[in-house]
Design a protein around this ligand. Structure first.
Ligand code: DP6
Length: 335
């Protein structure tokens, strides 16, 4: 008897938030307490192959060649939404790999869930719009909603209790303002407190949390204006402000969330010098990990990468342009 297999391959790239997401209004549907704004990268990727197979008893997830039972419940929850839409009940085998360190502040969950929903909806032969797919990816990881799109992306807070309006949308294509990103990698280790647990801790214990959340709308407006005007200095100013404000909220949590290392601080100081002393077009941003991302003008990227590589504690430097949103891959690419 012929087995009924439904399979597809997809790729998605991580994104880096310039106006940060740090706080939820609902943990069940993973609804953000405020919007956010990001850029999608092109040099780093997650590639995911999914096969729905009626003979499987359970969903399974393999990440970089190892079974990942920790992330599996969230994967199954996203798949359940798409299975229901397709009228299919069979389980799936998910095989995924990243070309960059997992869970070290490089947003592997963002590209992971974006690639997952892209592959799954194609395998199930349903074609919901990207906006809907971004709400499904959001339930796996908030930042994943943004990786459905390329270039500059805005994530909406949404007002609805069912989360249907908490989706991402594109602001500008990657080639409309082709900035670059230099990532200074300071560790390959997994972070101690994940983003989801960290932001809940901040919500419950940080005295700064509610003012942080209520400041985000104004930051989004300022960043959107800077992007529309291609005003690099204005974008640098608001992005660094959003990043440092988020880390202030993290530091004020109890117990504190301290994601930075000495190398993180040294990279930040260097980037500020490169901009203020040497006149380079560059600003920093840091997420829930010790890596530093330098967002820069393309003509300055080589000099910035060389400078960051000399910082004690920096073990690798990765350069990336801005990339496209999640896409379906030809089968041979995902092997
Ligand atoms: C610091 O999207 O990883 O990178 O929704 O709980 O999965 P969950 O959180 P996640 O948080 C990202 C936090 C951040 C800032 C950002 O990307 O906006």
């Amino acid at each position: 008897m012929r087995r009924n297999l439904m399979t597809a391959f997809a790729q998605a790239q991580p994104n880096i938030a310039l106006v940060k997401y740090w706080g939820k209004r609902d943990t069940t549907l993973n609804l953000p307490a405020a919007g956010s704004l990001s850029i999608t990268l092109d040099a780093l990727w997650t590639r995911t192959r999914i096969t729905f197979d009626a003979s499987l008893e359970n969903d399974s997830l393999e990440l970089n060649g190892r079974q990942d039972t920790r992330t599996l419940p969230k994967v199954s929850a996203c798949l359940d939404i798409l299975r229901q839409l397709a009228g299919v009940t069979c389980k799936a085998q998910v095989q995924t790999r990243n070309n960059f360190p997992t869970a070290a502040g490089l947003a592997s969950s963002a590209s992971g869930f974006a690639a997952l929903v892209m592959a799954a909806s194609t395998a199930l032969n349903i074609s919901p719009d990207r906006r809907f797919l971004s709400t499904v990816a959001r339930q796996g990881s908030g930042s994943a909603a943004r990786s459905l799109y390329g270039g500059f992306v805005l994530m909406h807070t949404g007002m609805q209790d069912d989360g249907s309006d908490a989706f991402a949308e594109p602001l500008l294509e990657a080639n409309q303002w082709p900035l670059e990103v230099v990532v200074a990698i300071t560790t390959h280790e997994q972070k101690s407190v994940g983003s989801g647990a960290g932001m809940e801790r901040s919500r419950q214990t940080s005295p700064f949390h509610s003012s942080w959340i209520s400041s985000v709308d104004a930051d989004l407006a300022e960043a959107t204006q800077a992007i529309n005007m291609r005003d690099f200095e204005a974008l640098a100013d608001i992005s660094e402000h959003s990043c440092l404000k988020m880390h202030a909220d993290m530091l004020a949590s109890r117990p504190p969330l301290m994601y930075w290392t000495a190398a993180t601080v040294a990279c930040i100081a260097l980037i500020r010098d490169l901009r203020e002393r040497d006149g380079l077009g560059v600003f920093f941003t840091v997420d829930a990990g010790p890596q530093v991302k330098a967002v820069c003008l393309p003509q300055d990227a080589a000099q910035i990468a060389a400078a960051l590589a000399t910082v004690p504690g920096v073990i690798d430097v990765v350069r990336s342009g801005l990339g496209e949103g999640a896409s379906i891959l030809a089968p041979e690419k995902a092997q």
